[in-house]
Design a protein around this ligand. Structure first.
Ligand code: NG6
Ligand code: CA
Length: 499
């Protein structure tokens, strides 16, 4: 049934015979609440994302489930908090952290008869412990319910700097096999610490190992010359794979998970986006990401499936300026506020660690567009989307996810009452109350510099976001009973499933 050109939208909303919706999840990396035009960006324009926002619901209190990448993605795909599996930022040669026997979001879509794909950054590990990049690399996304995968295996700043399509490295010459090490130098490529003159951007020690394409990375890599990626090509390579998947599947229901490399470091946008923002490469990477989003949405429209597609656009954690490369993100920021009105950013327990832009469109079904202040976590996508495609879940599945489909389709609907925020510690929201559990552990120095905030984290913190959106006034002493209740709530979530 074709729906484009039909004016009777309200009739369609009740039409049981309407084809099942497609789902596209745009998952930007390290994009802050204030980094999008419709969320108040100053230093860069995002016309494609703003058009999307105008066509759906703009959420103002939506959160990634964690303040870093691996745990956020883990929770999105499993509906479980990452602390239950100690999921932390992974090296590029780490094993897959989701057990292939575990229920996953893409498997839900498979049960519903969908074609599923992941195109973009993975960072959830691959293989069983030792990966031979020259053979079939598995288990990975195909074993978790994706029919097709085209990946940047870990992150842009980690080796191996090659694409992985389904089980195999793309363009690999068997005569020049790849080896990867996170322990010691290997191979004959130059390294950042020794030949900084070869670099497009200098970097901290951690990011100063093997140089590929003028960028030094975390980790060392030998061989695989013909398979090396070119960072500046990412926007075209990933966009084209996503468009191809949409075109191939336009007549069947499909689910596409599109986790961007942008705007993570290293920020080396294509020349086409040079100077598109007032903020140097960090802003230009946002412009590039906005263009990619626009291209993929244009493909959905060209294939006549946009109106029947539920699109979620969001970010895996809050913003960071200096994340290891000297790319002038700090110096060129100007008046732009990556965290919007909130405190903190990537890694942080304060709001901007997880409060990110989130837009949902689905022209055939959304009953009320506009702004929604529903409290919602990406961990809720699992049960919400299972409900969308009418798949009943097991009690032991997606144990921390809540079905918030009504809030995804109607800006006037409520979200959660309680919501956990994961970072190096745990924090919890209860409506406008925010409590951060005290942290007594240690973190690597670079992380401590970003999050410990002069010992503040050693004490419990309680904020009333209603009149203290910046989390400045700690109310623990004024309201010890609320702090106690929220610590108990965290303890209860840690002890058992919370859905
Ligand atoms: C950190 C890296 C940082 C970034 C982050 C992962 C150092 C000093 N910092 O370990 O540059 O790669 O991991 O970011 O190595 S995330 O968005 O994928 O979680
Ligand atoms: Ca991230």
């Amino acid at each position: 049934m074709t729906i484009s050109g039909c004016n009777q939208v309200s009739d369609l909303k009740n039409d049981q015979t309407m084809p099942r919706p497609n789902v596209v999840i745009f998952y930007v990396d390290d994009l802050g609440y204030g980094d999008v035009g419709s969320y108040g960006a100053i230093g860069v324009k995002t016309p494609n994302i703003d058009t999307l926002a105008a066509d759906g619901i703009r959420f103002t209190d939506a959160h990634s489930s964690a303040a870093t990448c691996t745990p956020s993605r883990y929770s999105l795909l499993t509906g479980q908090y990452a602390f239950r599996n100690d999921a932390a930022i992974l090296p590029g040669d780490a094993p897959l952290i989701i057990n292939p026997n575990m229920p996953t979001l893409p498997k839900v879509f498979k049960k519903a008869g969908y074609n599923t794909a992941v195109v973009g950054k993975w960072h959830l590990g691959l293989g069983n412990g030792y990966v031979d990049w020259n053979k079939a690399v598995k288990p990975g996304p195909l074993e978790l319910g994706f029919d097709y995968s085209f990946l940047l295996p870990a992150t842009g700043d980690r080796v191996p700097t090659v694409y992985l399509e389904n089980h195999h490295v793309v363009n690999l010459d068997p005569a020049d096999p790849i080896t990867v090490s996170y322990q010691k130098p290997i191979g004959s490529r130059p390294v950042g610490t020794e030949q900084p003159e070869l670099l497009k951007q200098t970097a901290d020690l951690q990011h100063s190992a093997t140089i590929v394409n003028g960028i030094s990375r975390i980790g060392w890599m030998a061989g695989g010359k013909s398979a090396e990626w070119v960072d500046e090509d990412f926007p075209f390579v990933f966009t084209n794979k996503a468009k191809q998947f949409i075109a191939n599947n336009k007549n069947e229901p499909f689910m596409l998970f599109f986790p961007f490399h942008d705007i993570h470091v290293p920020r080396v946008p294509n020349k086409m986006f040079e100077g598109k923002s007032d903020m140097g490469v960090r802003g230009d990477a946002i412009a590039q990401m906005d263009w990619m989003t626009g291209q993929i949405i244009a493909e959905l429209k060209a294939q006549g499936v946009y109106d029947n597609t539920l699109i979620i656009f969001s970010s895996d954690n809050g913003p960071v300026l200096d994340d290891g490369y000297d790319d002038l993100a700090v110096q060129k920021l100007g008046e732009h506020q990556p965290s919007g009105p909130f405190r903190g950013g990537k890694y942080s327990a304060y709001e901007a660690g997880t409060r990110v832009p989130m837009i949902v469109t689905y022209p055939n079904k959304i009953t009320q567009k506009g702004d929604s202040d529903a409290l919602i976590s990406h961990i809720d996508f699992y049960r919400s989307l299972a409900s969308l495609v009418d798949i009943k879940l097991d009690k032991n599945e997606a144990i921390d996810s809540k079905n918030l489909l009504p809030a995804l389709l109607d800006a006037s609907q409520d979200g959660r009452q309680y919501m956990l925020e994961e970072s190096f510690t745990l924090a919890i929201r209860d409506g406008h109350w925010k409590y951060i559990a005290p942290f007594s552990g240690t973190t690597p120095t670079w992380l401590a510099n970003k999050v410990i905030e002069n010992g503040l984290m050693a004490k419990p913190q309680l904020f009333n976001l209603k009149n203290d959106i910046k989390e400045k006034v700690n109310l623990v002493e004024k309201h010890p009973e609320i702090a106690k209740k929220l610590q108990a709530k965290i303890d209860a979530i840690v002890a058992k499933p919370s859905h």
